[in-house]
Design a protein around this ligand. Sequence first.
Ligand code: HEC
Length: 142
Amino acid sequence: MKLVVALLLLTSGLAQAAPEGSALYAQHCATCHQADGSGTVGLAPSLKGEHWARLGADRSYMAGVLQHGLSGPIMVNGQRFIGSMPAFAGQLDDAQLAAVATHVMSLQGRPGEAYTAAELKAARDAGGSPPQSRERRTQLLK
Ligand code: HEC
């Protein structure tokens, strides 16, 4: 019986995660990255592209960017960006950021397991900074 209740709670939690992720994305991310994640020339990069095969392979990369931000020159789909992605650690909690990260994966057309609040908490606890996220990105794309 306990297991059934746990499963029901789990599935209802998952059912809520998707809409919340898209709503949070629309509210906090779409101004810069556009509703479909294709980015804004000169302002924010596209969140899609072949480089996500590598960036996405380390799930903690996106978690770290969302918690701690990203800054400095980066190449995205052959375009150079020198911008600053704000840290969201102070604005959104781990469950909300997990929902947003999962929504980004769906915009990227990368099917995969939903991000969990625990993964986002691990990134929060690990600490970081915008330049450190960029260093991480460079390593992953080597
Ligand atoms: C004020 C504009 C702005 C907002 C709002 C913003 N971003 Fe960003 N984001 C950026 C910029 C600029 C970069 C690239 C930073 C750089 O040039 O180093 C970036 C980078 C990223 C990256 C890394 C891309 C890569 O190729 O490594 C991800 C993932 C990302 N943003 C997701 C989000 C999500 C999800 C949200 C909402 C919670 C969000 N961003 C909100 C401007 C923004």
